[in-house]
Design a protein around this ligand. Structure first.
Ligand code: GDP
Ligand code: IMO
Ligand code: MG
Length: 429
């Protein structure tokens, strides 16, 4: 049976983790194909909350295989902490986790570079990265000469690689930061020792995931692909340069995983019933006011990875229509309907006004996105507690009309609605 993919359609944190965990019982393998420790996926199981960064959200489902593919950048120290934290909570992490030997690893210089670069504004604003070394690691992957892959940890020349790269990186960091002669904590002997320790502990998980997944496809296994970040953060198709450094829309699934796109026959787009964003960059429907604060309070909108307050605003149908088409979405999962259900009045952005002209196309340039004025439809709120709703028919009429309108504007059916963090607080159409 071919695969299904879950993709975030906004700027991340759409509750992909919750959906992947829920869908798991129908699948044999969960595949994480991009990003790294910048992601924070929350899964709530009863009174337990798990925050996953590298490890796929299938890990809480016994019997499901979890695969981290070449498109992911792995921080060995962080993933080991994550594994240890799961083991300490009696979650099995052993033969059910496989990490690609082709995946690039985040090294201490990547974190240092992220810190230095993030302090330097781009187009007048800081990108506001998660400071997890993601951009610098992907930059080295594309640049090739200073990159280290997970499989390289086991090669005979690993010590030499660390020594020569650390030397170059110290010089680059001196130039970038203006701190002549600084060592930036990059002691090659120490890094080598540390990474040898990680290599030993990670060894049992490391394998050729591409071969494994291609065999799985041939054997008719059911694959669930877990997106990270959101399509508006896609390096090629998002709000560049205020994006992450990989293809986080649907276009990245095949390249990141090594599984041909034709093996995926269902794309589920996840969106919140409103919009959030962490970090810098344009956000046309942002409510930097008491409405935004109310959404933040009701939705507990603070970053899973960094704890930063998320910027909050209204649902942007222009943006989601764009990312749903870009990602080849078949249906939508609309999350956090319980949060929206508390508001006395709700707005939906149906179009933008750019320099006096109404447009329904998502602009490619940040300058235009900063200038657009959202065209809103205003809705009376239904102001009722929907956290106990389990059937679409049981939603208040106003909420049902809102769902229909979102579906109409985005041009896709809504197959899943979420009314709370728990597994049970989910309605499948
Ligand atoms: P991800 O990165 O896309 O997996 O999303 P995050 O885990 O970063 O953020 C989503 C947050 O919303 C988590 O804290 C979830 O537990 C929570 N959540 C998921 N679905 C719902 C929902 O329908 N309502 C509410 N109130 N919270 C939800
Ligand atoms: P999940 O998978 C929300 C944002 C950062 C920053 C930009 C670049 O949990 O949805 P990076 O560290 O990737 O170089 O930062 O991207 N960002 C996310 N925002 N959710 C995420 O992941 C994110 N991953 C990166 O805040 O604006
Ligand atoms: Mg998140």
């Amino acid at each position: 049976m071919p695969g299904t993919c879950v993709i975030g359609l906004q700027w991340g944190d759409e509750a992909k983790g919750k959906l992947v965990d829920l869908l798991c019982p129908q699948f044999d393998i969960v595949v994480r194909f991009l990003g790294g420790a910048n992601a924070g996926h929350t899964v709530v199981v009863g009174d337990q909350t798990y925050k996953l960064h590298h490890v796929p959200s299938g890990i809480l489902n016994p019997g499901v295989m979890n695969v981290v593919t070449p498109g992911v950048v792995i921080n060995p120290a962080t993933i080991l902490k994550e594994i240890d934290a799961l083991l300490a909570r009696d979650i099995e992490v052993g033969a059910n986790l496989m990490l690609s030997d082709r995946a690039h690893i985040v090294c201490p210089w990547h974190i240092a570079e992220d810190q230095v670069m993030n302090g330097q504004p781009v187009q007048g604003e800081s990108i506001g990265t998660t400071l997890r070394g993601i951009g610098p690691c992907y930059r080295d992957k594309v640049g090739r000469s200073h990159a280290i892959r997970l499989g390289d940890l086991y090669s005979a020349d690993f010590r030499e690689r660390i020594e020569s790269i650390a030397d170059v990186k110290r010089r680059i960091l001196s130039g970038l930061s203006g701190q002549e002669g600084g060592d930036f904590g990059l002691d090659p002997a120490k890094i080598y020792e540390e990474y040898c320790g990680y290599a030993e502990r990670l060894h049992k998980y490391v394998d050729d995931t591409t071969a494994f997944l291609l065999d799985a496809v041939d054997a008719g296994k059911r694959l669930l692909f877990e997106g990270a970040q959101g399509a508006l953060l896609d390096v090629d198709h998002g709000t560049f340069p205020f994006v992450t450094s990989s293809n986080s829309s649907g276009v990245g699934v095949a390249s990141g995983s090594g599984v041909p796109a034709r093996s995926i026959d269902r794309m589920i787009g996840v969106a919140k019933a409103y919009t959030t964003r962490v970090g810098g960059g344009p956000f046309p429907t942002e409510q930097d006011n008491e409405v935004g604060q109310r959404i933040r309070d009701l939705g507990n909108e603070y970053g899973t990875t960094t704890g930063r307050p998320r910027r909050c605003g209204w649902f942007d149908a222009v943006a989601v229509r764009y990312t749903a088409r870009l990602s080849g979405i078949d249906c939508l999962a609309l999350m956090m309907m319980d949060v929206l259900s508390q508001l006395p009045e709700i707005q939906i952005c149906t179009a933008y006004e750019l320099d006096g002209e109404q447009i329904d196309r998502f602009p490619s340039q940040v300058g235009d996105l900063r200038r657009v004025k959202p065209v809103y439809e205003t809705w009376p709120g239904w102001e009722s507690d929907v956290t106990g709703v389990r059937k679409l028919a049981d939603f208040p009429a106003g909420a049902r009309r809102y769902l229909d309108r979102i579906s109409e504007l985005v041009g896709k059916p809504i197959d899943v609605v979420s009314v709370g963090p728990d597994r049970e607080q989910t309605i499948f159409d």
